[in-house]
Ligand binder design. Structure first.
Ligand code: HDL
Ligand code: ZN
Length: 419
């Protein structure tokens, strides 16, 4: 009898934790989505789901056609080829394929009919404003942080014209071109009125870069600055990237009280023929994170690393530096096998002072599957962790579990950002 009661209470305890994880609203702190005011920059619907660069990469493993022939096709024609290769000719078992189906199913669409024209017909009848609200409700997402670049020729004019913000969409100031491609970027800043030409003394250049960062931080009301960096990025170093970080970016972040988000490990254009799908992963030297945290204790650093092999070192660094907040299972680590490993590792090494996930969604509808899939895994791991806790005689209350999960789903991030 006692064993039955114990099993029943274990099942109830697990159900309670799962319900809290599946229902707690989450702040999605890194995406490539846009406030609907940006119009077509906000991607949504079945064809954008199918031509997502994750699926392009997987589909090309089955294609014989030359890359340029694929890129010359319309989005619908590309989607047709990807649907046939990854969903009809082969079971859609990969995480990105399954994700499309999770989303369609959550939207109430009948995927077993395998009827792509019918799916297109349904999406054609949707209105984007309503679809944004519906996807956020299905995903349990209450705020979406964009990746906003003044260097994007389609995005910049929308900011310059101004628009009424949808307060569900926050902004992150993305500065890869500034830090990684200075020779091409400096002339753009000069064209925009910042004195950064080679004839200006370095001191002027750095203060003008700070003025540029300040202008856009205010324009966007940016929550943080962000840059993705290659595996061989070094800091400190004598190169301009390192000098711009030291003399402009970090002082700017201190002045505005903003974190700098670093995303190490991207090998851009490993296969350029795949365009956006062509980036790869490399093992990063995370000593750059250690150097930044120790040399700039007044600055705050958000970090997510791309290589699976970097995760343990990053966790240990987060134990050493309270000005480091690690987040997400980024890109190639955003698959169940690694999400579970990373979440378990972080809970065991850091407790609750990290942010387990972001969606990195590029297509609005993706937040539905990215969050449903991740919530399920985070719940599994937390059931085990809270059960282990209960075995010590420490019974976590519902209120304490709700508090903890609110922290994991944006609370710890908000406090770290000083919001
Ligand atoms: O640099 C980044 O923010 C990455 O997330 C890239 O945008 C990448 O293409 C991506 O979408 N990963 O999920
Ligand atoms: Zn991203």
């Amino acid at each position: 009898m006692k064993a039955i009661f114990a099993e029943a209470s274990r099942v109830l305890f697990a159900k309670q934790i799962e319900d809290i994880v599946m229902s707690t609203p989450v702040a999605d702190i890194h995406t490539h989505l846009y406030d609907p005011a940006f119009g077509d920059l906000l991607l949504w619907g079945i064809d954008d789901l199918l031509v997502y660069h994750y699926l392009v990469a997987e589909a090309f493993r089955y294609f014989d056609l030359p890359y340029e022939k694929f890129w010359a096709l319309s989005k619908t024609e590309q989607a047709d080829l990807i649907w046939d290769a990854l969903f009809i000719q082969h079971s859609p078992i990969s995480e990105a394929c399954r994700g499309v189906l999770t989303t369609l199913h959550a939207l109430g669409l009948d995927v077993k009919r395998r009827d792509l024209p019918a799916l297109r017909h349904w999406f054609a009848g949707q209105k984007v404003e309503h679809h944004v609200t519906r996807c956020m409700e299905l995903a349990g997402v209450n705020t979406i942080c964009m990746s906003n670049s003044p260097f994007d020729d389609l995005e910049r004019p929308v900011w310059e014209k101004g628009f009424p913000r949808d307060d569900r969409f926050t902004a992150a100031l993305r500065i890869d071109p500034l830090l990684l491609w200075w020779p091409e970027t400096a002339p753009k800043l000069a064209k925009w009125g910042y004195k950064v030409t080679a004839s200006h003394p370095a001191k002027t250049v750095f203060s003008e870069v700070r003025r540029f960062l300040a202008d856009w931080t205010k324009q966007m009301n940016a929550y943080y600055l962000m840059v993705s960096i290659p595996p061989d990025f070094e800091f400190p170093s004598r190169n301009i990237s390192s000098k711009l970080i030291e003399e402009a970016v970090l002082p700017h972040c201190r002045e505005f009280g903003l974190p700098l988000a670093l995303m190490p490990g991207v090998k851009r254009a490993v296969n350029p023929e795949l365009e956006l799908a062509g980036d790869g992963v490399g093992l990063s030297n995370l000593t750059i994170v250690q150097n930044l945290c120790v040399q700039y204790p007044e600055n705050k650093f958000l970090v997510t690393a791309l290589a699976r092999e970097s995760q343990h070192e990053l966790c240990v660094l987060a134990r050493k530096f309270r000005n480091l907040h690690i987040f997400g299972c980024w890109w190639f680590t955003n698959v169940p096998v690694i999400i579970e490993e990373m979440t378990r590792m972080r809970l065991e090494l850091l407790g609750l002072s990290f942010t387990p996930q972001h969606s990195d969604a590029r297509v609005l509808d993706q937040i539905v599957y990215k969050w449903q899939h991740s919530r399920r895994i985070i719940a599994w791991v937390l059931v085990e962790k809270y059960s282990d806790l209960a075995k010590t005689g420490w019974q976590p209350t519902r209120a304490e579990i709700e508090r903890d999960i609110k922290d994991l789903f944006g609370g710890a991030f908000e406090r770290f950002c000083g919001k």
